[in-house]
Design a protein around this ligand. Structure first.
Ligand code: SF4
Length: 334
C-alpha cells in the first residue's frame, strides 16, 4: 500500500510567526492527524513559548471550530489544522483563528493509462474538483489533461468555499457553476464525487492521487441505500430532529421547520441539540427515526450503521411529499 505523507510543518511555522506574544493557544487537529498531535503541540510550544491546549473533541471541518470553548478557558488564539476557512463566518470567531492547511506531499500519479481511462469515462470538456488536501494538484492535472486533448476548467464555489476547485461534502457549487460535460475528481472516498455526480447529473471520473487508480463514481448502491432508509422511516412515529450549535452547521430555523412538518403529519418529534451527533445520544428515548439538520455526511456515511433510519432534510421532505424523489436531492448548505 502506498504510504501517504502530509505536510503540516511549513504551515505551522508560518502561523507561529503571527502568534508571538500569545499566552495560551488552542489547537484542533482532524482525526487523521492525531498520530502527529504530540509533535504539533511541541512544535507550537517551541515556536511561540505559549501554553498549549489540544482540543480533544473531534473536528470535521472549518464548520466545526473550538473557538468558543477555547475563549471560555482564556485561550487567545486557535490553530485549526487540515481545513480551509469558510469565508462567510470568518468575522465571527470568538478568538483569533488561524487555519493551517495540510497537504498531501506526493506527486499526482497521473499515468498514460490513467488518462486513457479518464477518456473512456468522460467527454472532453470537463471541470476539475477536489478537497482541501489536494488543491495544489489541480494545475498539474489540468496541464496534463489539456496536453491529451481535454478542455479543462476550474472555478470557486459559494461563500463556504475558500479556493478554486474546492468541494465540501455539503457543497459542490464549484462543480455546478461550470459549463462542462463531466468532472474529474482528485481524491479518495466516494462521498464528494457522488455529490458532484448527483447534483449535476453528469459523469464523474475519480483519480486516487496516491495510487493513480481511475474509477467512475457509481451512485447506484448509494441511491439504493438512501431510498431504503426513506422507506423504512415511513412508519416511524417518534422522531428526533438533530441540530448542532457549531457556527458552520447550525440551522435552527430549518430544524424548527422540519419538526413542524413532522408534527403536522401526526408524528411525535423532539429537537435534540449537541456539538456532534451520535446514536448513543438517543438511547433509552424510544426514538424510531431521526433527521440531521447539521452535517449531512452523518446520514450518508454513518447512517447505514445506525439501528434506526437517519435521514437528511431533503429525504424527510420526500417522505412528507414535499419534494420529488428524483433526481436524488443532496442536502447542500448554501
Ligand atoms: S460536509 Fe459536514 S463537516 Fe464537511 S464542511 Fe460540510 S458540514 Fe462541515
Amino acid at each position: 500500500m502506498t504510504e501517504v505523507k502530509f505536510d503540516w510543518e511549513s504551515g505551522i511555522e508560518e502561523v507561529c510567526l503571527k502568534l508571538q506574544g500569545k499566552k495560551r493557544i488552542g489547537i484542533q487537529v482532524p482525526e487523521g492527524l492525531k498520530p502527529r498531535a504530540h509533535q504539533i503541540v511541541e512544535r507550537v510550544r517551541e515556536l511561540t513559548g505559549a501554553k498549549i491546549v489540544l482540543w480533544g473533541e473531534p473536528t470535521y471541518g472549518a464548520c466545526d471550530l473550538a473557538d468558543r470553548p477555547l475563549e471560555e478557558i482564556g485561550a487567545d488564539a486557535l490553530i485549526h489544522m487540515g481545513h480551509l476557512p469558510m469565508p462567510y463566518h470568518s468575522e465571527f470567531y470568538a478568538v483569533p483563528t488561524y487555519f493551517v492547511p495540510v497537504r498531501h506531499t506526493g506527486e499526482l500519479n497521473l499515468s498514460k493509462e490513467g488518462i486513457r481511462k479518464i477518456k473512456e469515462i468522460l467527454p472532453s470538456k470537463i471541470g476539475i474538483v477536489t478537497t482541501a488536501q489536494h488543491l495544489h494538484m489541480i494545475d498539474e492535472a489540468g496541464k496534463e489533461l489539456e496536453k491529451s486533448g481535454f478542455d479543462t476548467s476550474v472555478t470557486t464555489g459559494g461563500p463556504r468555499l475558500a479556493a478554486a476547485g474546492q468541494l465540501l461534502g455539503c457543497n459542490s457549487s464549484a462543480a455546478r457553476k461550470l459549463d462542462v460535460d463531466g468532472y474529474l475528481y482528485i481524491g479518495t472516498g466516494l462521498f464528494h464525487p457522488l455529490t458532484v455526480a448527483l447534483s449535476t447529473g453528469k459523469k464523474v471520473a475519480c483519480i486516487d492521487p496516491h495510487s493513480g487508480e481511475v474509477t467512475e463514481a457509481n451512485a447506484k448502491p448509494f441511491l439504493k441505500q438512501r431510498y431504503a432508509a426513506i422507506s423504512v422511516a415511513k412508519d416511524a412515529r417518534r422522531w428526533a430532529v438533530l441540530f448542532s450549535n457549531q457556527i458552520g452547521q447550525k440551522r435552527i430555523d430549518l430544524a424548527d421547520k422540519i419538526a413542524d412538518l413532522l408534527t403536522s403529519d401526526g408524528r411525535e418529534t423532539m429537537m435534540i441539540g449537541s456539538i456532534h451527533q451520535s446514536h448513543d445520544q438517543l438511547l433509552g428515548m424510544g426514538i424510531e427515526a431521526a433527521v440531521i439538520t447539521a452535517c449531512p455526511r452523518l446520514a450518508i456515511e454513518d447512517g447505514p450503521t445506525w439501528p434506526i433510519p437517519l435521514l437528511t432534510v431533503p429525504e424527510v421532505q420526500i417522505l412528507m411529499g414535499k419534494r420529488e424523489a428524483e433526481p436524488y436531492p443532496f442536502d447542500e448548505f448554501a
